[in-house]
Design a protein. Sequence first.
Length: 406
Amino acid sequence: MTARENKIAAAQRGHWLEVLAVFLRLGLTSFGGPVAHLGYFRDEFVQRRRWLDDRGYADLVALCQFLPGPASSQVGIAVGLLRAGTIGALAAWIGFTLPSAAAMIVFGYGIEALGNAAGSGWLHGLKVAAVAVVAQAVLAMARALAPDRARATLAVVAAIMVLAVPSAFGQIGAILIGALAGVTLLRGAVAVEQTAALPVRVSRAVGAALLALFFVLLIGLPLLASAIPSHALAEFDAFYRAGSLVFGGGHVVLPLLQASVVPPGWVGNDAFLAGYGAAQAVPGPLFTFAAYLGTVMGPQPNGWIGGVICLIAIFLPSFLLVIGALPFWEELRRRPLAQAALRGVNAAVVGLLLAALYQPVWTVGITNAADFALASAAFLLLFMWQTPPWLVVILSAAGGALISML
């Protein structure tokens, strides 16, 4: 790199404390599930802070949709890595995860009031806020990534496919169809774009080593757990596999976690369901449910130590996969054939968000005319008045509580 390029790179580089502060605020205010989280992230990092452009952000979302694990947390890890290196990735994860993880551990120690919040008006107001956030993200990303008839059609086809096959297979299939359509139909439609380089400060050798470590742990941990009679090791193995084998994240991981902790008698089914109810009332990633399960387990280690073990285990695959894959992704996305595929994939990602706007965001958040009015007001504040999302979240929660009292 030239001296000028080094100066520009240094100016673009952020400090890990800045990353921690931003993600901590997002971790306290990002209600609504992984799709809403992606909307909050786009508003924060593309629109407000301009750490990424729409295309770079969509490329990260596309990569994380391909990987198993919690997509929104993985996008956060990637943004932190690009902004402040490996310590930035860790800071982003801690900031976004800590509030909900702490709440779930506290609930595990017996704070049942959170568990009774699942049907409260303020929580329903947060779900309504998610409708406005996702709607704004769909509109803005459609303008940037599906601006012509071909890509807009591809986005709608992807949305139909995801709604028709409501599983991780539908999402991955829509992305693959988008890539194929991009290569076959969009290759000559748009000139090759000089995409801005993502500042990935991880070598391909390190990336390959991390990807290899991911598979070594996935294969080796079950063998080690069966050979060594340690409950801590068995916990780590079970939650590492849950984080490694689930596509789509969020609620998709719950059946696998239940199969891992309830049949062996580690956690009772009633306690499992109570924790699941409490997880709906906290912001941030649903994967922090693992912290609750580690806290309430019968066998030792449990309590906050067990919660931390399970939390690290379920998120470790995301760190290895995201940081390991990004160096190769950055090289791949700059090739003409890959750019054509990514044009199709990015249009499909818009379709995925469009489908998620309906199911589960709209179907859960909008149940009557009052909800629709509140969502419309929240969208107006976000889109026309440029109101900060955290303030819209607070106002929507207050609106939901007021509606519930009428």
